[in-house]
Each structure stands twice: as C-alpha cells, then as structure tokens.
Design a binder for this molecule. Structure first.
Ligand code: ADP
Length: 178
C-alpha cells in the first residue's frame, strides 16, 4: 500500500473564486495528492457547465504559485456521492473550507453524515483566509449579473469568463424581446 496521503476537495466551483484557490493551495500542504472534485450538481442550476467549471479550476491550478504544489493537484468532475468519489480516488481526507458562522451548520451536518457513511475518511476543515472570508460564488454571480465589479473576488481569467457569459446572456435577452 502506498503511504501517500490523498485528499479530495469537493465543490460546485461555479465559478472558482480566490477563496477556493486559497483553500487548494493550503490543502496541498496537508496532503500529498489533492483531487479537486467538481460536482455536476445539476440541481443547483449552475451558471457554467461542468466542463467549463473543470476547465476554470484547471486554469487556476496552472497559475498556482509553486510548481511543486501544482504537480500534486488533479481536477475531476463527478456525479456520485462525495464519499464514494473519495473512496474511488483512494482518499482518506475530504477537505472543506469554512467561512465564519455561515458555513458551520451545513458543514457540521455534512461531516457527520459522511462520517456515518465511512468513518475511515476524515473531513478536514480549513478556516477561510480573512481576506477571502466573504467571498461566495453565489454572490460573485449576483453582483456580476447586475454589472458590479467582482475583480477582487476571482482571478482575471475567471473574470473574463463571467463577463463574457453575462454579456452573451444580455444579448440573448435583448434578442428574445425583439
Ligand atoms: P458547495 O456546492 O459544496 O457549497 P462550493 O463550490 O460553494 O461548493 O464550495 C466548495 C467548498 O469551498 C466548501 O467547503 C465551501 O465552504 C468552501 N468555500 C467556498 N468559498 C470559500 C471561501 N471564500 N473561503 C474558504 N472556503 C470557501
């Protein structure tokens, strides 16, 4: 058996924000290999398709500081139970980011349920960096949709995608009205 510690960081990443990227970088310090699991999550009605979300996460990994860490990170889409995905990947750790108060109840419950499903996989929480504490993909989308500046919350690459998405959505709406 290999002794490499494998971790899975699951999420919707719709889109990936600076808060997510910070968690990814920090998670590479506690696991040897990190698999970022991009959940298909059709139920959440994502703005970006699964392929786009995977692509955006990959682009951010390519820009991560430190080549060494970059080489230990992989990105995969999944549509099974997160615990099953973790086991398939050979992970012993599920990494989650925890923002003050807002995330606690949901994450606490989820970690408890996952522990009942499989006690061999431990959920590990990394406290959100105070710089990124207030960043949430949902708000980034809402602000951008209404023309607000989200450049402090996402990378320039993600910003270009969001801007393009809302520009084309706007055009579609105008076209539909005609
Ligand atoms: P989900 O659909 O599971 O909520 P998200 O893509 O929104 O997935 O988030 C994935 C993980 O990243 C969650 O653990 C979430 O709490 C964490 N996270 C999201 N935004 C931040 C942030 N700004 N700082 C730290 N962790 C975050």
């Amino acid at each position: 058996m290999s002794s490499a510690r494998i971790g899975v960081y699951p999420g919707t990443f719709d889109p990936i924000t600076n808060g997510h990227t910070d968690i990814i970088l920090r998670a590479t310090k506690i696991v040897d290999r990190l698999v970022i699991g991009v959940a298909r999550n059709i139920g959440k009605g994502p703005l970006f398709s699964t392929d786009e979300r995977v692509e955006m996460v990959r682009e951010e990994i390519a820009h991560l500081a430190g080549t060494e860490a970059r080489q230990r990170v992989e990105v995969k889409a999944y549509d099974i139970l997160t615990m099953h995905f973790a086991v398939e990947e050979g992970a012993t750790v599920i990494v989650r980011g925890l923002r003050a108060v807002s995330d606690f109840e949901y994450e606490f419950q989820m970690a408890g349920m996952n522990n009942r499903l499989n006690a061999n996989v431990e959920t590990v929480f990394l406290m959100a960096n105070d710089k990124y504490q207030f960043i949430a993909s949902r708000f980034v989308k809402e602000i951008a949709q209404l023309g607000g500046d989200v450049s402090h919350f996402v990378s320039p690459r993600v910003l270009r995608r969001i801007t393009a998405r809302f520009a084309s959505n706007g055009k579609k709406k105008v076209a539909a009205k005609r």
